[in-house]
Ligand binder design. Sequence first.
Ligand code: XMP
Length: 314
Amino acid sequence: MHQFEPNEFIEKSIRGIRERVGNEVAIAAASGGVDSTTSALLGHRALGEKLTVVFLDDGLMRQGEPDAVLESYRALGLKTKLFNVSDDFFAALSRLSDAEEKRKAFRATFYSALSKIVREMEARFLIQGTIAADIVETKKGVKTQHNVLEQIGIDTAKTYGYHLVEPLRDLYKDQVRLVAKALGLSPDKISRRPFPGPGLSIRVIGEVTRELIDLVRKATAIVEEETEGLQCFQAFAVLTKDRATGLTKEGGRLYGNMVIIRVVDSINAMTASPNRVPWTQLDRMRSRILDEVPSVTRVLYDITPKPPATIEFE
Ligand code: XMP
């Protein structure tokens, strides 16, 4: 089999982006994750100042994320603009509880928001970090990944007014990381744990509200902090729709929230296995979640591999 050569890939994709975009203006949609950051960097190498990186704050990100991402992009020399569009997302997601409906509402809101920005900036191309695993899973009908459009017959030029450029569409996560390394991205960014495009909206099972997002955001931060030194692909918290009976500190009844901790090992997200997190670490996460998120009465650990489960719950 032909060995993957990141430098060869980088040169080829820079040439490809230049040919495709020509003298037009382009924007890159980026979230701080390794896929979108790598594709934005390729865009920057190809187009220089003609490229603006757009960061949509959808209100569904991890704790402190928008500010940290903006700062890191500026440090990388990327011309970046932040747009706060969280109201649009909460409005689009309100009263939806089916996982696929939520994903489709997220996708429509995301690309419509970008559509306005693209028009304002008179751009004609949108560079994004879709990778092969996203496309495979969406085409198989496993789940609608937010960033797969043309491959399932959505004409973005007609629907949203811009053409897509997807430099990483044939690569899997492990190859993207090699490209990121060759582009000089720092090790913490390269090994950054994946975070789904629809963010915390798919980590609250069922209907999404700002309150429930805040709850899962806190639990997620605890799981991430307590697994910092642990070698794993992804570590996060999920808030279930079900509740469980428990006790208040005063000994009364509390019909509270139920949080599931999920920590998995994987190479490319196509398969995954549950990480054997040491009990002391699980215990610390449980204790902090119960202390810091007082509406929670139960914390569970998910031991299901992919398949038959997927990594995310929705
Ligand atoms: P699943 O849940 O399908 O997830 O096993 C595989 C990997 O993809 C991430 N994921 C997404 N990433 N848009 C993305 O950019 C999405 O809609 C999306 N859904 C899941 C997930 O976190 C895991 O790393």
